[in-house]
Design a protein around this ligand. Structure first.
Ligand code: 5AD
Ligand code: SF4
Length: 481
């Protein structure tokens, strides 16, 4: 099969500013050719990584449903398989190559199967080259900048019988988000809503600015209309998404636009609002004021720390000190006393000393996070940190990671135990796969709760008395039936 390269990734180009025409955003409509092609065909999507990827997959899923295709869980028997990839750490990438290997068997049984790879991995120069050269059963490669061109990429490949590569690193779109039917999202209860794409922070370890481009904010009215539509469809919760939500509007010269956007989202009256992720030094008191003013903004914050050492924070190009981070936590707790605080921490950044690591431990102890995601530093191609020569052994890094994990888990267990005997509002959204009489949901703080019940609880917010706690979940009973 011939390959048509429309554009390849170029990580060096990714820092260039994208010129955007915000007034010319179109929701894609399928051609009659694709409507015909899609009939009776099946697709399967595998998504890795963060909520931005989950949302992108939902958008593409919606495009596929709109051309009459049906979804299935397995590769085998699917006509179209999509891998939406994550490049943040090397093991996610390795997992992708394993899955692509497994998918080959299904492909060999049906050579008309179209296998597509999109997302952050294909925005890496070397990865796309590797897939092109070595994984010949991949037919479509398209970048995070090309969601809006999905139909035309698919149609071109079917008509020309070619492999198509369409990844660009310097003309990212702000794409419009179709919400035609209830089915377009994976959940009918909770929805992710993009407010902005990309990242301008350039933390030295992180590949995201190279894979998702510069910050681009969606128009406020589009976001509000989407939330209103979701509310009308019966959704109970929205999570506003952006790599640095506090940078919302900055690319269009607006100041404190996130606080004002958040207030407008709260005023829609949707029952629950969350947002992720704030950047510590940009997270301002205007946002805290809005959070404390509106009951439908949930009292939970995920604020990445990365390291508790000033030395490492500087090398990471994080634009705050340990002291400034602690100050933000203090004023957040003053405004919202019961706020549930979670974070991300990286262990083993190149040449992290024992003292640097101890500084991280002491900060974690001081903040007493309710939960934290911990990672071992992973070298990412094209990032400034990847050029550093590291003198710390893997053994030391793993030992540090284990110590941090023990501390974090003990804090999470402590935080969970404080819920016992409390009455919490829980939004139920899942029936247990193993035991159909167990229903799960989340408290306002974002803690997972299991209760005895049936599917009639789904989509409802109920008062639950918490009876027992584990590290990662609570057991309770509904008391306001
Ligand atoms: N290695 C390890 N963890 C990373 N993260 C981002 N880049 C890397 C990397 N190269 C983590 C950060 C970020 C989270 C989403 O992933 O903690 O907040
Ligand atoms: Fe990566 Fe830093 Fe941007 Fe987060 S803020 S996406 S860690 S560059």
């Amino acid at each position: 099969m011939k390959t048509e390269i429309i554009s390849l990734p170029n990580q060096k180009e990714a820092s260039k500013k994208t010129k955007l025409d915000y007034n010319n955003l179109k929701v894609m409509l399928p051609s009659s050719f694709l409507m015909d092609w899609g009939k009776n065909k099946k697709f399967c999507i595998r998504t890795y990584g963060c909520q931005a990827n989950v949302r992108d997959s939902e958008i593409i899923r919606n495009y596929l449903l709109d051309i009459g295709m049906t979804e299935q869980d397995d590769f085998l028997g699917a006509d179209f398989v999509l891998f939406n990839t994550c490049a943040v750490r090397e093991n996610a990438e390795n997992h992708l190559y394993g899955e692509l290997g497994l998918c080959k068997n299904s492909y060999l049984k049906n050579k008309d199967m179209i296998i597509a790879v999109c997302g952050c991995v294909v925005q890496e120069d070397e990865a796309t080259k590797f897939i092109l050269d070595h994984i010949k059963h991949v037919r479509l490669i398209f970048g995070t900048s090309r969601i809006n061109s999905f139909y035309s990429i698919l149609e071109d490949s079917i008509k020309s019988n070619k492999r198509i590569v369409n990844v660009s690193s310097n003309d990212f779109d702000v794409y419009e988000e179709p919400i035609g039917s209830k089915d377009s999202r994976l959940s009918t209860i909770k929805a992710f809503v993009n407010i902005m794409y990309g990242c301008d922070k350039y933390c030295t370890y992180c590949i995201v600015p190279y894979t998702r481009g510069r910050e681009r904010s969606r128009k406020e009215e589009d976001i509000i209309n989407e939330v209103l539509k979701l509310k009308e469809l019966g959704y109970k919760e929205v999570t506003l998404l952006g790599q640095n939500v506090d940078a919302y509007g900055k690319d269009r010269g607006e100041k404190y636009a996130f606080a004002s956007l958040l207030e407008k989202v709260a005023a829609t009256g949707i029952e629950r609002i969350r947002f992720t992720t704030p950047y510590p030094s940009d997270f301002n008191s205007e946002v805290f004021d809005v959070m404390s003013k509106y009951k439908n903004i949930m009292p939970s914050i995920h604020m990445p720390l990365q390291s508790g050492s000033n030395n490492i924070l500087k090398k990471m190009n994080r634009r705050y000190t340990r002291e400034e981070y602690l100050e933000v936590i203090k004023s957040l707790r003053e405004k919202i006393p019961h706020v549930y605080i979670t974070t991300d921490i990286i262990v083993g950044f190149p040449n992290e000393s024992d003292q640097d690591f101890e500084d991280t431990l002491s900060l974690v102890n001081e903040v007493k996070y309710d939960a934290a995601f911990t990672f071992i530093y992973s070298k990412r191609p094209g990032t400034p940190a990847s050029k550093l020569i590291d003198h710390i052994s893997d053994e030391t890094k793993h030992a540090r990671f284990d110590r941090l994990k023990i501390l974090v888990d003990s804090l999470t267990t402590l935080s969970a135990s404080k819920f016992v005997n409390r009455e919490c509002k829980v939004l139920f959204d899942t029936v247990s796969k193993k035991d159909k009489t167990m229903i799960s949901g989340y408290t306002e703080e974002g803690k997972l709760v299991h209760v005895k019940g049936d599917s009639s609880l789904l989509g409802q917010i109920k008062t639950v008395k918490i009876l027992n706690s584990h590290t990662f979940s609570l057991i309770g009973e509904v008391i306001d039936e």
